[in-house]
Design a protein around this ligand. Structure first.
Ligand code: DOR
Length: 386
């Protein structure tokens, strides 16, 4: 049992912080309130004068699929030979012992949604994992939470001499496989128990059934305004759920995105504009979209920005005008909602996982020190060498 005593609670649900205790048992938050009774044998953490947050959550990254300080041998986030690879699963690329995980956890980033990169038009599924553990299966919060697809420069660049030399091609390839998957799904359903009528098993089309059934969203990589609109157009054509990832030109099309009511993961902004589609990168983007009523998450796209700088990115968005509470939500409850795991993480509420970060100040400021991090109620040492 864990008892966090008398901390200033920022639960990511209520804009105002409040003084309270937190009781956690078996990895879950049991109660949050004033003057809770301390159960016998509980590990007591005195949080007086300290700030208490839910563990920070990344909505979109590749930590663990890209080996820290390794080159090709550690690169496991992009299949580069097959532009339509929906059958890939991010979980199979994760290296839990990678050195990036303890750094992330020590900084308070306790849960990440990770998966394939953007080389392919369809890249495979994302998984959600905690940032501590030895075996990925034990770190999973929920697997196969979204299907990665990519628009814009990346697939066009990677496959330029092979399969994809224009934005039209990207869209056409995606439409073609979605049509095939829909036909495959309908045939399979119509066949019922009659095996002779079932279509021959196709692992790619099979992987797209949860997308067509709206069980998981298309996780659509798009930076430029026109690519964001193409993603939305195709999602509408096939009646799919969609989340928009990167949204670099979001501040140029705020009113349009606000009408769409789709989750937005904005970033990585703490990098230079290394390619044409990033030229309008701005720290104002998350704040403007949040102020217009969009559900905004801020992302590092780790390792593009090291995972531990997620709170710093929120701070830079605040410096550019984002409301501080919206920025806190953008690295806690909103990414949890974005990834479909808000029943488990993203806020301090009874019944949720005991992922708790205790600091001596606002986590957006570089002078702030993370004092304690708990994942599933277990202490993570703030020492990166663990
Ligand atoms: O800003 C970004 C996003 C990402 C991409 O390629 O889209 N990769 C990068 O290196 N920088």
């Amino acid at each position: 049992m864990l008892f966090v005593k008398n901390g200033m609670i920022h639960d990511a649900i209520h804009p105002e912080a409040f003084l309270a205790d937190i009781l956690a048992e078996n990895g879950k938050i049991r109660a949050i309130g004033e003057n809770l009774a301390v159960p016998d044998g509980a590990e007591i953490v005195n949080a007086e004068g300290l700030q208490v947050y839910p563990g920070f959550v990344e909505a979109h990254g590749h930590i663990g699929l890209d080996g820290y300080g390794i080159g090709y041998e550690g690169m496991d986030y992009n299949e580069m030979n097959d532009i339509l690879s929906p059958q890939m699963r991010g979980i199979d690329g994760v290296k839990p012992l990678d050195a990036a995980f303890p750094k992330a956890a020590a900084a308070g980033v306790t849960c990440v949604c990770v998966g394939p990169g953007s080389a392919n038009v369809l890249g495979g599924t994302f998984t959600t994992i905690k940032t501590a553990g030895k075996r990925v299966d034990d770190m999973v919060v929920r697997d196969n939470v979204a299907m990665k697809c990519a628009f814009g420069e990346n697939p066009k660049r990677v496959y330029r001499d092979k399969k994809d030399s224009s934005r039209m091609t990207t869209a056409a390839l995606l439409r073609e496989i979605l049509f095939k998957a829909r036909e495959y799904m309908e045939k399979k359903e119509n066949a019922g128990d009659d095996i002779s009528k079932r279509p021959a098993f196709d692992i790619k089309l099979e992987a797209l059934i949860p997308v067509l059934k709206k069980e998981i969203p298309l996780k659509a990589h798009a930076h430029a305004a026109e690519d964001l609109f193409t993603a939305l157009r195709i999602a509408r054509e096939f009646d799919l759920k969609i989340t928009l990832e990167h949204v670099t030109e979001g501040h140029l099309i705020v009113e349009e995105l606000a009408k769409e009511n789709v989750p937005l993961a904005v970033g990585p902004t703490l990098t230079s504009a290394s390619k044409y589609e990033l030229r309008n990168k701005s720290w104002t983007t998350p704040g403007l979209l949040a102020a217009a009523g969009c559900q905004v998450s801020i992302i590092t796209d780790s390792p593009v920005i090291p995972q531990e700088y997620l709170p710093l990115c929120a701070g830079l968005a605040v410096q550019a005008g984002m409301d501080p509470f919206a920025a806190l939500q953008a690295i806690t409850i909103n990414p949890a909602r974005h990834a479909g795991i808000a029943d488990r993480v993203g806020s301090l509420e009874a019944g949720k996982d005991a992922d708790i970060v205790i600091t001596d100040g606002c986590p957006f400021q570089v002078s702030t020190t993370v004092k304690h991090v708990f994942i599933n109620g277990k202490a993570i040492s703030p020492d990166c060498s663990v």
